[in-house]
Design a protein around this ligand. Structure first.
Ligand code: B12
Length: 153
């Protein structure tokens, strides 16, 4: 069996979904070539930066709510914002995730773990509205208020 067939399948899937983050991260060793054929060349000059407000809040136990302003290159995804926040403040904004066909599923923030038995999860919002895309597929805009909110379903 071709050792790459599984990743090829996932890449095809990601391309169909148009999720650039999945392509960029770890799906395929030649991902940059794929990105360049589908999305145009990667920028070589300095990208324009945008800033967003990023909040992590526990709406189940009301144990914390923490916000920061994050600056990222234009065209960044929600996931990129989370990574910048985590790098700057690892204790406050650390997070974990798993990868599945839909991309990155956020499993914990601030050490607070989603739990299927308790029906808890980390909900993603923009300007108070529930997102219809995952963190790896949602492209952020200047001055957007992004939130990961510990919630129940
Ligand atoms: C049930 C469900 C949930 C449940 C999952 C918990 C559970 N134990 O059941 C809950 C309510 C937690 C949930 C959350 C979210 N979901 Co949801 N969910 C679904 C739904 C309706 C069914 C998934 C399922 O059970 N499949 C069957 C099982 C056997 O397959 P599975 O691969 O093991 O399923 C797992 C994954 O789907 C995963 N999962 C669920 N939602 C999401 C979202 C993302 C982005 C990822 C990576 C994984 C993921 O949880 C499932 C159970 O473990 C699908 C729609 C669909 N018909 O597929 C949407 C769907 C997958 N979810 C979606 C979204 C957007 C989200 C959220 C980002 C919503 C939000 N704004 O917060 C969050 C995830 C946030 C995060 N933490 O990263 C979208 C993804 C679209 C996309 N292109 O990214 C879908 C397709 C719905 C839609 N809009 O059409 N979800």
């Amino acid at each position: 069996m071709d050792p790459d067939s599984k990743s090829n399948w996932r890449l095809t899937w990601a391309l169909q979904k148009g999720c650039r983050w999945v392509q960029r991260q770890k799906i395929h060793p030649h991902r940059q070539n794929v990105v360049s054929t589908r999305q145009g060349s990667l920028p070589t000059s300095h990208p324009t930066n945008i800033s967003v407000i990023y909040t992590a809040a526990d709406h189940v136990n009301q144990s914390f709510s923490d916000s920061i302003r994050v600056t990222v290159p234009q065209g960044s995804f929600f996931f990129d914002v989370m990574e910048v926040a985590q790098k700057r403040y690892p204790r406050r904004f650390r997070f974990t995730y798993t990868l599945c066909v839909w991309g990155a599923y956020i499993t914990s923030v601030w050490g607070l773990q989603a739990d299927n038995n308790q029906r808890t999860y980390w909900q993603l919002l923009s300007n108070g509205i529930l997102l219809k895309l995952g963190a790896g597929c949602y492209a952020v805009s200047h001055r957007e208020r992004l939130e990961v909110r510990f919630s129940t379903y």
